[in-house]
Design a protein around this ligand. Structure first.
Ligand SMILES: [Zn+2]
Length: 306
């Protein structure tokens, strides 16, 4: 884990990006920058709702017992965007459609659970609230410096573990809303059936735990930009013509600029792992990997079943 010496590099203004990199990628940066500033309306691949937001939406759903009407969803969207978590230059605002989709999925999930007979053999997991109960699993840590295991559904002790999973379909990473069931492949590797956050049940996929499930990447706040260094593996928001998704990428170069009231103004030259394309992105598209080297081992916890 890299020590975060905030301030040590704060005043650094070195232009580390060479002209080749800068020129070659200028156009793509400008395009994506303009799209973001003009109020990106394209549906994002996924949205990272905060714990507070999910709790709020759960509350609304529990009170209404029905799909909220448009003004309610719009009100929630506005509330979320007014909070410090969403307002600011490097923050990602939430869109009406994303809140709407969350409610749709949540309703669908509730209905489906109601119809389903109780699972035998404790394989089936409850599909409860995403944030209060992100999934009924425990994550066993294999990191020597961090030997305690953390529960995926215990928020009271601060051990809230959130996961992301890589879809075999397109190689993009999505937040895990719930783990539906667990099995072992013919080669003895653990696989889990993952419910992706913001998607319907028909989008569930079986995912190899060892290769494609990990602790969730973390959006960077402005002061964390000094910790993003060349060579780092990051999760990066790639905006294509059709869709915008999160992919693994490596930082090639960083051009530091003095932060101002709008936050981080640095630029990051990244290379995506899946298509080897390069792009200059702002900090708000960069999610850093948690420092702890944790091997994910999903343990179905029966005590969390209801
Ligand atoms: Zn910065």
């Amino acid at each position: 884990c890299r020590p975060r010496e905030l301030g040590s590099q704060k005043g650094r203004k070195g232009r580390q990006m060479d002209s080749r990199g800068t020129d070659r990628h200028r156009s793509s940066t400008h395009r994506s920058g303009a799209a973001a500033m003009g109020g990106e309306v394209r549906t994002m691949g996924r949205i990272r709702f905060t714990l507070a937001e999910v709790v709020k939406m759960e509350e609304v759903l529990n009170n209404l017992k029905a799909m909220p009407k448009r003004p309610v969803i719009q009100g929630l969207t506005d509330d979320f965007n007014a909070s410090p978590d969403r307002s600011g230059d490097d923050k990602v605002p939430v869109q009406y459609n994303q809140v709407h989709t969350w409610f749709q999925n949540r309703r669908y999930k509730q209905k489906r659970r109601g119809k389903r007979p109780p699972a035998r053999g404790k394989k089936m997991l409850p599909t409860g609230a995403e944030a209060q109960h992100p999934a009924s699993y425990r994550v066993q840590s294999s990191s020597p410096s961090n030997s305690e295991s953390q529960s995926g559904n215990t928020s009271s002790d601060g051990g809230l573990v959130q996961l992301e999973a890589k879809s075999p379909r397109n190689g993009a990473w999505y937040d895990v809303a719930a783990i539906q069931s667990c099995r072992f492949s013919e080669t003895g590797e653990q696989e889990v059936q993952v419910w992706f956050s913001g998607f319907g049940a028909e989008e569930e996929e079986w995912i190899n735990v060892c290769k494609s499930v990990r602790l969730r990447s973390l959006p960077c706040i402005a002061t964390e930009c000094v910790g993003v260094l060349p060579g780092d593996l990051i999760l990066c928001y790639q905006e294509g013509k059709e869709q915008a998704l999160y992919f693994d990428a490596h930082i090639l170069q960083v051009e530091r600029r003095t932060h101002d009231i709008r936050g981080c103004r640095c630029s990051f030259l990244v290379r995506y792992d899946h298509d080897h394309s390069e792009e200059i992105v702002p900090l708000r598209k960069v999610c850093r990997r948690p420092c702890a080297d944790v091997k994910i081992d999903i343990v179905i916890d029966d005590s969390l079943a209801e």
